[in-house]
Design a protein around this ligand. Structure first.
Ligand SMILES: Nc1nc2c([nH]c(=O)n2[C@@H]2O[C@H](COP(=O)(O)OP(=O)(O)OP(=O)(O)O)[C@@H](O)[C@H]2O)c(=O)[nH]1
Length: 139
């Protein structure tokens, strides 16, 4: 909880790169923020490290094992009904073929095309930081 009484959640997410492309996932009709695009991941469970959370969530959501090979600065964003701190990690696929267990769709995009998606608002600074690292400017 925050001082103002709204829920504050800690969420991990992965920038999964393969062959110069980045994986984005679209939330489904029955999820909160339907049809928004996000980086796969999810809420950190009690007693879990951020890395453990991310590996668990990615396996649950996509059926793949990942190797985490870096992280970007965490960002905090206030949605109307809750606050989120998003912990982004760089990752690549270790094993498995992606099967969508929760998302409506997924897409592999070159970094410069990422801004064309309708992202969950909390993700925008993460995408901006990632693109800056890739040498791509985002408005
Ligand atoms: N996984 C993920 N969640 C994000 C991102 N950006 C963002 O705002 N979120 C929000 O962070 C929350 C993550 O929750 P979750 O994925 O673990 O679980 P969920 O939406 O199914 O929520 P629920 O289990 O409480 O119903 C959601 O409200 C989601 O909209 C992101 O890039 N990745």
């Amino acid at each position: 909880m925050t001082a103002t009484g709204i829920k504050h959640i800690q969420v991990t997410c992965a920038i999964i790169e393969r062959d110069g492309l980045v994986l984005a996932a679209q939330r489904s009709a029955i999820m909160a923020m339907p049809y928004k695009w996000e980086l796969p991941g999810g809420k950190i469970d009690p007693g879990e490290s951020a890395e453990q959370c991310l590996r668990r969530e990615i396996f649950e959501e996509l059926g793949i094992r990942i190797v985490i090979d870096g992280r970007l600065p965490a960002v905090t964003h206030d949605y109307p009904t809750f606050r989120i701190t998003l912990h982004p990690f760089m990752a690549c696929i270790e094993t498995g073929e992606i099967v969508l267990h929760e998302h409506a769709a997924m897409i592999w995009l070159p970094p410069e095309k990422l801004p064309t998606l309708d992202w969950a608002e909390a993700d925008l600074p993460v995408i901006r930081t990632y693109l800056a690292q890739c040498g791509v400017a985002m408005r």
